[in-house]
Every structure is written in C-alpha cells, then in structure tokens.
Design a protein around this ligand. Structure first.
Ligand code: DX5
Ligand code: ZN
Length: 220
C-alpha cells in the first residue's frame, strides 16, 4: 500500500495560537510540517522568518519541510539547517546555479528540493533529477494560501513521474497549493508522494480529523 505523506502548511495556522496548532500536527496523522518562507521579492507577499521558524522547531516533533520562496536562496542554506530544516526546497526560477545549490543543501545534511512555478515545465529538471530528493510542483502561483488548484497539475505530475522512473531516480513528488479531499486521490494516482495542505486543514472544523481523512483517502 502506498503511504502518501501529508504535510500541513503552517502558513494557514493561527499565529496567535501557534504552539497549539503545532501540537495539533504533532498529535495528528500528519507526516511533515510544511513551512513557507516568502521574501516579498520572489513572491508578492512576506510570510514569516527565522525567529518564527526557530519557535516552531522547538515544538515540532516531525520532519520540517521548508519551502523557500526567496531570491538568492544560497545565502541562507546554513541558516535554515540551524533552524531545524530537514528538507530544504528552493525555486527553480530563483536558482541560477541549481546543481551547485542542490549540492550545498545536501552538504549541510538536508534533503534537497526544487519547486516549480505553474508555468515551468518539468522537463527542465531532466539533467539534475538524480540530484533532487524532492520536486515540489506548485499547483497555485506561490505567494498565498487559499487559492484554487490549477488542473494542469495532474499532467505535470505524470510527466515528472515518467522522468523520475526513466532515470532510475528516487525523487519524491510533492504538490503544493489548493489541495483538498477533491483532488488528493487523483494526485496520488498520477504519481504524487507528498501533499501539502494549508487552508483545507486549518479552516476545517476538525483539523486532526481532516488530516486523518486525507491520509486515508490517499493510502492506495
Ligand atoms: C503557497 C504556499 C503553500 C500554501 C498552501 O505559496 O507555498 O504552501 O501555504 O496553502 P493552501 O493549501 O491553502 O493552498
Ligand atoms: Zn509551500
């Protein structure tokens, strides 16, 4: 049976009750914490930065998956390692020397991820796929939670899965943006391994149950 990983996005948490929401994730069937770092330059929004991640790391008991939506991510690789990142994902569109960046992330002992904006074709990763631990396919334009899922994502997942298989790579496929119980199963059938879910989890009446439902729905 496929064990799809569920990664609630902390961006949608209640920041005035952050510890409560972190404990909710700790005590749920969620697998990872998804942490969105936005700089107001690469994306038109600023989320939160180092002190907040430091606070999250003090309480989080699961894998910390950091999604950097920032320009020049190389400057902060060592910093995010110190702040507890287990997986560090940079954007393809923000990385001039992606191969070097991936090696630098791995040299710090983290898993290396690459995120693709909706317009970026998965074939651009063909030559580095074996160096990538995780590809994050953005299923919304990055910058904000609560947006609608872009349907073209299914096709991208299938194309990426084909590239991974053909190259004998073990890269995980993560989907980020607009994930709900309506698209989760189809995403996993297309080849997704990790589903990020922000507003769907945190606006639910019972977030713990919603995580359990997503987990069950995607255990194919
Ligand atoms: C968007 C972020 C996402 C976001 C997902 O820029 O990268 O991780 O938090 O939120 P939802 O699930 O609400 O689309
Ligand atoms: Zn994200």
């Amino acid at each position: 049976m496929k064990n799809t990983l569920i990664a609630p996005s902390v961006l949608a948490a209640d920041f005035a009750n952050l510890q409560r929401d972190i404990e909710m994730i700790n005590n749920s069937e969620a697998d990872w914490f998804h942490i969105d770092i936005m700089d107001g330059v690469f994306v038109p929004n600023i989320s939160f930065g180092m002190p907040v991640l430091d606070a999250i790391n003090k309480h989080a008991k699961k894998t910390i998956d950091v999604h950097l939506m920032i320009v020049d991510p190389d400057r902060y690789i060592a910093t995010f390692k110190k702040l507890g990142a287990d997986v560090l994902t940079v954007h393809y569109e923000a990385s001039t020397h992606l191969h070097r960046t991936l090696q630098a992330i791995k040299a710090e002992g983290m898993k290396a991820g690459v995120a693709l904006n909706p317009h970026t074709n998965v074939s651009l990763l063909e030559d580095v796929i074996k160096d990538i631990d995780l590809v994050c396919i953005m299923s919304v334009n990055p910058g904000f939670g609560g947006q609608s899922f872009i349907e073209n994502t299914y096709k991208k997942v299938q194309q990426l899965k084909e590239i991974i298989t053909r190259n004998g790579a073990s890269t995980l496929i993560e989907i980020d943006g607009g994930v709900t119980s309506k698209n989760a199963k189809q995403l996993v059938e297309a080849g997704a391994d990790v589903l990020v879910a922000g507003s769907f989890v945190f606006t639910a009446e019972n977030p713990t149950q919603t995580i359990a439902d997503l987990k069950k729905l995607t255990s194919l």
